[in-house]
Design a protein around this ligand. Structure first.
Ligand code: FAD
Length: 475
């Protein structure tokens, strides 16, 4: 029998949930061990998610901007692109830099990082088995750790659908981020956040993109009038969006893949260089030995937790993509700090009123708090106030006048802010102010009385607040 090592706070996974939990737990004086099965830290987000996708989106914008420079009277030669250099920049200058930064932070906080796959044996013990081809060692071979407290942050992985095995020219989001070339024809199955973002990136890089979406609209989590702003831009870029389209199968040869799908009972095909399937993700909870513990899961395999992230076993916490709620890195960051605090005996709690959600489409969409539909579904009487970027000097001077800011407030004279949405330039950054306002229980007057710098993209927020209180200025 191998020796059993006793450790205080153990964390499985070094993604946004795991590494932030480790840092916060160390700051709070805990002795922390992180077990990570992959060679790098940072999880999906830093390695194959948020960060490389935004790098590729940025490269696409730069390429497109260079092509569109004549709008501003600038004459350039037609730009060309060496995609292998783009990929190298994304990996070395962005991903590697960020992951090595996380590695340094963990070191600075004296967090012990063990590389290997953790498998739970009981409510207090786990084994660390070697990574690489999956072969579970017996407890005799592996390192066994007895923990005082455990935070599980094992994240999620892409869902595969029948007829679309991830191999060759049929790729998941990770493959989509790492294509060896810019496809001439690119089919994206699933018009959610990830599909829409990467469809936009490749369209800007020169691909002709077809999105096949199973529901009647892409980005179903955003208001219809927000999505129509994005659809208008997609049309300009020549992206074909086919909705209510059920993807049936992909057949590939050496140089192409043919995707068959069905719309209104009729079959159609589209031929492409690559087909990326982004129809959702499933939590990594099925092969970590949870069945050996008393931790309860939902029928979707998510771990049931209380507001501190505590599972049905009092010394085991779960955070990030494996617990209910939106699968977003900033949600994982927050849950990580809460769980680390709870282990230290602090009265921390997660509050999901103000979790912003952003899609880095063209233009960006962002929402926080309640949408008008959600508020109405809850039986709340609301007013909405909207201000278009077309009335904002900064947006016009950037040649990006499409979109708007909307505030959702109570219908009474207080105009308490229940939620807000932004679609337009800089929406991903602008939503932070609105998150603060929603989280702080502010009303429209608080925003209207806050001086916003001119000329900036933030002004439409103040202008929408002016609309909400009945004193619109520039509309
Ligand atoms: P993960 O990041 O998945 O990390 C889990 C870690 O656990 C991994 O490193 C894994 O190797 C390790 N692990 C798993 N099982 C074991 C085990 N048994 N033993 C040891 N280690 C294990 N979110 C945003 O907020 N903004 C975005 O712009 C955004 N863009 C995205 C773009 C793409 C293409 C994708 C795929 C996702 C994107 N996300 C975005 C979502 C975001 O990446 C996730 O919500 C986030 O990474 C979840 O963090 P996590 O810590 O729960 O899990």
């Amino acid at each position: 029998m191998s020796d059993v090592e006793k450790r205080d706070t153990v964390i499985i996974g070094a993604g946004p949930g795991g590494y932030v939990a480790a840092i916060r737990a160390a700051e709070l004086g805990q002795s922390v061990t992180v077990i990570e099965k992959s060679e790098t830290v940072g999880g999906v987000c830093l390695n194959v998610g948020c960060v490389p996708s935004k790098a590729l989106i940025n490269a696409g914008h730069r390429f497109k901007d260079a092509q569109d420079a004549s709008t501003f009277g600038i004459t350039t030669q037609a730009p060309s692109i060496d995609f292998s250099k783009t990929q190298e920049w994304k990996q070395k200058k962005v991903v590697d830099r960020m992951t090595s930064g996380v590695r340094m932070l963990l070191k600075k906080h004296k967090v012990d990082v063990i590389q290997g796959e953790a498998v739970l044996d009981s409510d207090t013990k786990l084994r660390v088995v070697s990574t690489g081809p999956k072969q579970f060692m017996s407890a005799d071979d592996g390192l066994t750790i007895e923990f005082k407290n455990l935070i599980i942050a094992t994240g999620s992985r892409p869902v595969e659908i029948p007829g679309f095995k991830f191999e060759g020219r049929v790729v998941d989001s990770t493959g989509g981020l790492n294509l060896p070339e810019i496809p001439k024809e690119f089919v994206v199955i699933g018009g959610g956040y990830v599909g829409t973002e990467l469809a936009g990136a490749y369209a800007n890089l020169g691909s002709h993109v077809t999105i096949l979406e199973g529901t009647p609209s892409i980005l179903p989590n955003f208001d219809k009038d927000m999505v129509s702003v994005v659809l208008k831009q997609m049309k300009k870029k020549g992206i074909d969006v086919v909705t209510s389209a059920m993807a049936k199968k992909a057949v590939q040869d050496d140089s192409s893949v043919t995707v068959t799908y069905e719309v209104d009972g009729k079959e159609a095909t589209v031929k492409a260089d690559y087909c990326m399937v982004t129809v959702g993700r499933k939590p990594n909870t099925d092969d970590i030995g949870l069945e050996m513990t008393s931790v309860k899961t939902t029928d979707r395999g998510l771990v049931e937790v209380d507001t501190q992230g505590r599972t049905s076993v009092s010394n085991i916490f779960a955070i990030g993509d494996i617990v209910p709620g939106p699968a977003l890195a900033h949600k994982a960051f927050f849950e990580a700090k809460t769980a680390a605090g709870a282990i230290s005996g602090n009265k921390t709690a997660n509050d999901w009123v103000g979790v912003p959600a952003v899609c880095f489409a063209d233009p960006e969409l962002a929402t926080v708090g309640l949408t008008q539909t959600e508020a109405k579904d809850k039986g709340i009487e609301i007013s909405t106030a909207k201000f278009p970027f077309a009335g904002n000097a900064r947006a016009v001077s950037l040649d990006q006048p499409d979109g708007f800011v909307r505030l959702v407030t109570t219908k009474d004279d207080n105009h308490n802010l229940l939620g807000a949405q932004v679609v337009g330039p800089g929406a991903s950054d602008l939503i932070a102010e609105l998150s603060l306002a929603v989280n702080s229980g502010m009303n429209a007057e608080d925003i209207a009385l806050t001086i916003h710098p001119h000329p900036t993209l933030s002004e439409p927020i103040q202008e929408a607040a002016d609309v909400a209180i009945g004193f619109p200025t520039h509309i």
